[in-house]
Design a protein. Structure first.
Length: 235
């Protein structure tokens, strides 16, 4: 049995990832910062879904979630750091340290809180995988490539929070070569995050997430990579 935790799985890309991984045979902890939403999503996903209360900005909540997964006794094989916020569209002139700190606390520090708490379980797995859900907006390569839409957008906080998540992925991958730790860009997908303006469906948006969460066994499985549905994304 493969046991998987997805943060922010009560809706959007996280929920669709849970649905597809359960169909692929995983038992999925459906992470949500709201108990009712976790319950509701897990019920909708069926018997192989387990609700898990986890607010990734709250160290005590993350620790309690790790304890509860540890006590359940099935370990953890796959961690998907999916929970994230857009932070609204703050003009560059109005961007403050506090507004950046808020984005980082969820999108970047949140992933570290969760990874830190669940690493002991992942390291005991035969096949520990971590998938960090980043964004093409976190690609410095695309932000500086005039042929890419990302180079036209100015989103200081969100883009910086995802670029930092990308670097954390590379550093974690070097630190834990026994795991497979990758970062993915779902692409612009219609979810609450963007008022459903995204051009992809959630089914299209989770392709890279699901691929990184179901890597084939073997030492040559990639680690420290940044991909989207089409393949490698420039850092
Ligand atoms: P979404 O529908 O808004 O879902 C975001 C999820 O994260 C929700 O479950 C939300 O919980 C959860 N969350 C936010 N803060 C949290 C916290 N402190 N603790 C625990 N959970 C928290 O957005 P989405 O589009 O599916 O986004 C999923 C990931 O994909 C994000 O990391 C996002 O940056 C990334 N992404 C999305 C797109 C896109 O176009 N949609 C593109 C690139 C990357 P609540 O329901 O309680 O708010």
């Amino acid at each position: 049995m493969t046991t998987t935790l997805i943060t922010g799985a009560n809706k959007g890309l996280g929920f669709e990832t849970a649905r597809q991984l359960i169909a692929a045979g995983h038992t999925v902890y459906v992470g949500s910062r709201d108990e009712g939403n976790a319950q509701q999503a897990a019920e909708a996903l069926g018997p192989n879904a387990r609700p898990l209360l986890i607010d990734i900005t709250d160290e005590a909540s993350v620790q309690a979630a790790a304890e509860s997964v540890g006590k359940a006794g099935d370990g953890l094989d796959v961690l998907i750091n999916n929970a994230g916020i857009a932070g609204g569209s703050i003009a560059p002139i109005d961007t403050t340290g506090d507004s950046l700190a808020r984005l980082l606390d969820t999108n970047t520090v949140g992933a570290v809180r969760v990874t830190h708490a669940f690493l002991p379980l992942l390291l005991r797995s035969k096949r520990g995988l971590v998938v960090n859900v980043s964004s093409g907006l976190g690609s410095i390569g695309w932000a500086t490539d005039p042929s890419r839409l990302e180079s036209q957008l100015v989103l200081l906080n969100y883009a910086a929070s995802k670029a930092a998540l990308n670097m954390l992925t590379v550093q974690y991958a070097k630190a834990f070569p026994q795991l497979r730790i990758n970062v993915v860009d779902p692409g612009y997908t219609a979810t609450d995050l963007n008022g459903h303006r995204g051009t992809q469906t959630v089914e299209e948006g989770v392709v890279a997430i699901v691929r990184a969460a179901t890597l084939p066994e073997g030492d040559d499985a990639p680690t420290g990579t940044f991909t989207n549905a089409d393949g490698p994304v420039p850092w």
